[in-house]
Design a protein around this ligand. Sequence first.
Ligand code: ADP
Ligand code: MG
Length: 397
Amino acid sequence: MKKKKKTIRDVEVRGKRVLLRVDFNVPVDESGSITDDTRIRAAIPTIRYLRDEGAVVLVASHFGRPKGKPDAAFSLARAAERLSSLIGFRVPILSDCIGDEVKRAVSAMKPGDVALLENVRFHPGEEKNDRSFAKALAENADLFVNDAFGAAHRAHASTAGVAEFLPAVAGFLMEREVETLSELLESPQRPFAAVLGGAKVSDKIAVLQNLVERADVLVLGGGMANTFLRAKGHSMGRSLVEEDRIPVACEVMSRAAARGTEVLLPVDLVVAERIDPNAETRVVDVGSVPEGWAAVDIGPKSAALFARSIASARTVFWNGPMGVFEIDKFAAGTLSIAGSIAESGATSVVGGGDSVAAVEKANVAGKMSHVSTGGGASLEFLEGKELPGVACLMDAR
Ligand code: ADP
Ligand code: MG
């Protein structure tokens, strides 16, 4: 943490009514069943601690985009069920997150009781960070605990606004996310390799600009690398290239040269005629992308080159797949880099929604030092921004 923040360990929680903001915005299938409960599991240590310490715990979250009014499709009822079965006791869901029902329920709760409030986005004041809505949320609590790292880049009523009305501290997940990511920026063990990929340079400009100043090596793959290769004069066929971001790529490379940051780009590529599982593919050296073909993955020589750099690093941060890994035929480079990072022995941190999915697809999530639960939030953090959901917490002494 830039400034260290107070956590639940630093305050008395016994007998307190705690408004605990978590991120239960889990993925669901068409029938509404939860397909990945990682975020629910991640909140459990904080819930358990508060319960064991004798707090009355009101868990709050958003889920989906219900447009500021109640909508059964976006109820947190399934999350309450899943939480109950994971944590081993029943966590009831209340029908709202503010108002009389909550007030009545809270007054009947005993120390150690836990209830889930209904979706905070059923109120328009949530995303507007409306002061009176934040006050209504705060009214039923004595302490605000923020454990919703995944929503910390949003200045909403339940992620930041409530801190105006309640003492505010970090939960364990928030603490761990902020500490791990701060360490990357402020005191990484060196060499520090930042492996960046994904679709577009334009999504990651600020991250590139911040990490080029801090890493010892930038390893670039995926669609993002195409724009860098183009900037170096290679013809890229029909690959995804952002012509208008070539100046950004040039600027990052010259900053790297000036500072002595190594930049590794692919030396070979998997190209396909179309982005389609049935398309024909070839491996070509950069500079030999056929007219009309598109780069869809890094090639084996690149994967080996990147692996050597990763193996000699003591800290690795990874964001952005090396190719269109959603299609198995184009996933080899991404899976191999995931494996290299997992085997490196370095402190390994992965952030970004698709990158986390890739790590899971490669079956190596358990081998990473830290897999961030916050996609957008982890990237904004690494851009060097102060996140509203963190900034609002009380500073540690
Ligand atoms: P994250 O969610 O981890 O931040 P991004 O959203 O930036 O990652 O990037 C993931 C997307 O990038 C994936 O959907 C993947 O298909 C796409 N991608 C990676 N390489 C390429 C490429 N060469 N051409 C087109 N898209 C690519
Ligand atoms: Mg993504």
